[in-house]
Ligand binder design. Sequence first.
Ligand SMILES: Nc1ncnc2c1ncn2[C@@H]1O[C@H](COP(=O)(O)OP(=O)(O)OP(=O)(O)O)[C@@H](O)[C@H]1O
Ligand SMILES: [Mg+2]
Length: 274
Amino acid sequence: MDNREETTEIIRPEAVAASRFPESPNPAEARTVTTAMAAIAVEVRGLSYTFPDGTVALQDVSFSVAEKEKVAIIGPNGAGKSTLLLLLNGLLRGQGLVKISGLEVCRRNVKAIRSKTGLVFQNPDDQLFMPTVLDDVAFGLCLPSEDRDGQRRQVVEKVKSKLKELRAEHLINRSTMRLSPGEKKKVALAGVLITEPEILLLDEPTSGLDPASRRWLEDYLKGLERTLIMTTHDLELARKVAQRIVLLSRGQLVAEGGPEDILDDQELLEGGGL
Ligand SMILES: Nc1ncnc2c1ncn2[C@@H]1O[C@H](COP(=O)(O)OP(=O)(O)OP(=O)(O)O)[C@@H](O)[C@H]1O
Ligand SMILES: [Mg+2]
């Protein structure tokens, strides 16, 4: 399969917007989702991905994630963690099989897949595209331009409340382009968490966050009754939130297991490049 076209998709703002827009699947797709509803939320079999310049990012990766399970993907820089999340959400397409709630990730199913998954990018600059924080966080909820029947006010209140949880309420009228990196990360997180997707895909969710916001996010993710796949270099976050750890190194899955099995095995971590 030629990956070139899919790779260019990453940097198109409308692709990012599409990945955040909670579109309903068409009835035929919805039926498939319901029929295929099983204990497995995410299934990855023999997944490989090579960038158009020849860089091999993932090689023959297989794992699955149960519904409402929380999994942390760890591994050194360049291990393929972010690439894996882009493949799960359909922004990239590789060789092998990826299924989300029984639906194969392919062009035909991409709308349904994106209605189920919420992806927070590692770099918020890849994610934020609306002029103001309010517009950006409200994007997935469709902020009405006029306040007919108080609908706009309701959405604004939801945005305020989500930003408040992340200690970012004061940013609501600011330009998304003129925020600090940590502030941008908070806004990017708020924009995805507010849509309450069934499956959360978080790429380095705590990077750039101050300690209080990091603690809030940790508690929030711990209490979340949803499927969560997050990549992280924050091994304490992984230990506290994840029920299972997947260790990637040089594009390959080198180990998976419970937090203690992986995170307390210094030899394994060092062998995996951490
Ligand atoms: N657009 C691209 N074109 C070519 N190679 C890329 C591109 N994006 C990433 N890569 C390469 O793919 C590999 C996996 O990158 P990826 O971003 O998935 O790693 P990562 O595990 O998320 O790293 P980090 O911990 O630094 O976030 C790396 O070798 C990286 O250099
Ligand atoms: Mg990454």
